[in-house]
Design a protein around this ligand. Sequence first.
Ligand code: BES
Ligand code: MN
Ligand code: ZN
Length: 485
Amino acid sequence: MVEFKAGAGLEGSGGTILAVPVFGDRTWGPGAEAATGAIGASVEARLDRADFSGKLGQVAVLSAQAGAPFEAYAFVGLGDEADTETVRQAAGWLARAVSRIDHVSTTLHMVDVEGAAKAFAEGFLLALYRFDKYRSEPQPAKTETLSFVGENGDDAKAAADAAVPAVIGTMLTRDLINEPANGKSPETLAGVAAAVAGEHSLRIRVYEPGEFAAERFGALAGVAAGAHNPARMVELWYEPEEPKAFLALVGKGIVFDSGGLSLKPAASMEEMKTDMSGAAVVFGAIQSIAALGLPIKVLGITPITENMPGGNATRPGDVLIPRNGTSIEVLNTDAEGRLVLADGLSLAAEQEPDLIVDIATLTGACHVALGDKIAGLWSNDQDAAERVLKASARTGERLWQMPLPADYRKAMDSDIADIKNISGGKYGGAIHAALFLAEYVGENPWVHLDIAGPARWTEEEHYQRKGGSGFGVRTLVALAEDMSA
Ligand code: BES
Ligand code: MN
Ligand code: ZN
């Protein structure tokens, strides 16, 4: 991991390159004027040739004249209306441009944007993430230090250091999502949770299949029935002294979603190792919250299993009884996320936390509705919804609130059980899924996040890498910060 430092003045601090902010139409930001001086009279022509105008996403690296304080200068575009997310993204683009350089300095923390240094640190570190473990020739980033030079370098370093726990949590989540399904059985993931627990003195309880009947995890057991690898229900507790609030996080942990007997077409299965992203986000968030030592009690619950069509698999038409007793007629075994969450949410609801947040790659319908980069939010409590929306506004992880219309519930009335697991209609699939989950949260304030789109980033851009994004970790950490204030 890159080490943050508070550097000396713009006259040089031993760095190889100085990165300076530039706004739209080449309006110089803090330190940029000095950078142009170090490059010399050719600077405008060279920026012209690099097509650099100062737009967000542009980075121009120019070598300096002999005797200049730095060997090179990186001009980093921020566009016309820079905000926190702009700085985060610009830092990501910068990191991509300088990842082969050992010592980097910057003045980007000096731009007049709230939380600039923290956002810079997040964007810079997250952009350098790689998932290389299966490559014969890994190519890790070479950047070792990042110095904040100019004014307020010490404050910037402190803010950047404070950003690190949630970045590490996000990277853990990315690693788990990127891991192929043959490298992450439910047992393996429960082992990761145990390792997190060991590192941060969390209490952990791992339920094995032999306990599912006694614990009444009938829905998780039903989804797991067609799989060879045994399922797990994991309960993680972070219990600091004198907590200010109690937050429960529930994450969908389908390590591979084949659809079960309602088998998916081959193309739809390609990315279904991603279907444990909710559980991975819960692990990453709890790890971060514990590392930050936030004064809030957090319970993480992750039902983990494969959804496979083995000989003992749940059949369309079967009835499952989850922990709270609200029976389910399973008409489509591919709507399995809501089944395992029925048990997970029932378990969370019994603890009567101040807020339950579940996070899941739940529906293709949500992906269709909001696209690749925005998650859906549903809630039975508008105050709770707004708390989560407010946290997400600070992190750049975009959420959009969707409705929970009570009259849509009857589409899931079953002929023989309390509810069926699909509506049977073509439309509003993400809403029906949310209404289904609402049956298992009791009277508790609850927020549901459907991350079917953004759990996986589809392109290389700014601080996102193609693959598992870790979307949700930083928002849940920000929520925990707000609730512990
Ligand atoms: N894991 C999928 C949802 C999903 C689809 C996530 C695409 C990410 C990308 C979920 O278990 C599923 O299969 N949902 C079905 C529900 C349907 C059978 C009611 C879907 O969305 O098609
Ligand atoms: Mn499915
Ligand atoms: Zn699924």
